[in-house]
Design a protein around this ligand. Structure first.
Ligand code: COA
Length: 185
């Protein structure tokens, strides 16, 4: 078991955005964002997505995740909520992350920058030795986000994930501390 972080969940800063802890008053924006068909297609959010799902996510779940060694963040820019970036758990130095970005903020590097910020914090300050994420190979956008944030594709895990009652293949991506060294990669 990894040591639990001391203190409150921090705010992390990147180019043009910050990753901050969720607040209860984010529920409306999350409920609106998660009506998006792409978020419902590629992530494990409940479908249909109700306001109470959002209230649970930004409140009790976010607090519980931090208390158990993970960290769920709101990604915020000058104009408000841009998306979600989360470390679901950190076990034996292995962190698993996931994300979505609101439709209006897509296509301008928001998710890859937010993923870069989260994964570097995990590797340099939280003691992670491997950050990994999975994406369906057909989710081109998510695969590109991972690569642009410096993750390496390791292969396709067959029938690895249960998504809406169906087993799907996923591409496995990882980032290790050595990948952050200049000249590596
Ligand atoms: C996938 C998703 C996170 C991408 O967010 P984004 O902020 O638009 O991504 P970025 O702007 O950081 O793009 C990074 C790269 O991916 C490419 N990209 C993004 N979306 C793409 C798409 N739908 N098809 C092809 N390429 C795409 C960008 O062109 C960019 O490529 P580049 O490095 O060659 O310039 C967003 O579309 C989303 O929230 N989708 C629904 C939820 C989801 O799929 N979550 C991940 C589950 S594994």
């Amino acid at each position: 078991m990894d040591p639990l972080p001391a203190g409150d969940q921090p705010t992390l800063r990147g180019a043009g955005l910050r990753l901050r802890p969720w607040r209860d008053d984010d529920a409306d924006a999350v409920a609106a964002a998660c009506q998006d068909p792409e978020i419902q297609r590629w992530t494990t959010v409940p479908v249909p997505y109700r306001h109470e799902d959002a209230a649970f996510f930004v409140g009790p779940l976010a607090r519980q995740t931090w208390a158990e060694g993970g960290a769920l963040f709101a990604v915020e820019g000058a104009g408000g909520l841009l998306g979600s970036m989360g470390l679901h758990h950190l076990v034996d130095g292995l962190g698993a992350v996931g994300y979505w970005t609101v439709p209006a903020a897509r296509g301008r590097g928001v998710t890859s920058e937010a993923l870069r910020v989260l994964s570097r914090w995990l590797l340099t300050e939280r003691g992670a030795v491997r950050v990994e994420l999975v994406a369906e190979p057909a989710n081109t956008g998510s695969c590109r986000v991972a690569e642009r944030a410096g993750f390496r594709r390791e292969g396709v895990l067959r029938s690895r994930m249960l998504l809406r009652g169906e087993r799907v293949d996923v591409a496995m991506y990882s980032l290790l501390p050595a990948d952050l060294l200049p000249g590596v990669g």
